[in-house]
Design a protein around this ligand. Sequence first.
Ligand code: CA
Length: 238
Amino acid sequence: MTQKKNTILIIEDEPPIRKLLNIVLEAAEYKVVECDNGREGVRLAASVRPDLILLDLGLPDIDGKEVIASIREWSQTPIIICSVRNEDEEIVNALKVGADDYVTKPFNPDVLLARIYANLRKAATHEGGEPDLVNGNIRMDLVRHEVFINGTKAVFTPREYDLLRYLIINRSKILTHKQILKDVWGAAHVDNMQYLRVYISQLREKIEPDPAKPIYIVTELGIGYRMEVIVEEVKDVA
Ligand code: CA
């Protein structure tokens, strides 16, 4: 069971720069996926669903701006472009077609990591409405992908994390089995009710004060589940 890490897709055709980016990002505990051309980059953006994309504008096959436009047709994943210093007009055009930010080569690793963190934070805030999702004694840090129960960090598998995030974002709504399976597992899994039961029971073990009498994830018989809104209990200060 591993903590879910943010995945960064690098689209860059120069091997030494890819290698440098790899070293910097892995040292900062990001998961890295890379490729050296634009078409594969667009494909990987769809299949890997990275949390952020680092994109070189000068690629051997298609223009970086085309890559951005293709990805923006269906995804709001943050895109940071990597350019050389004298490409001001290119940078402006890339930002116009949907890039979020840019860094110039040669990179200062600290600036690059700060830009990545800022863009991940902004994306997480956009997704959940806030960088932290809180319900009762559960707190999810959407930027660092960490979960705290009663203030203590707990280990969740990536799928448990996704399911918990989905339930908290949609708290107080009745969610059908099919709807949850489609949104968390994908359209191919809408009939895998058994998956859902197993994961719900795993989540209850981790978040419920008494998993046998759940107060957070309530079963809606014959329909699905609902995450109750729990007001955090006031600690006895006496
Ligand atoms: Ca290049």
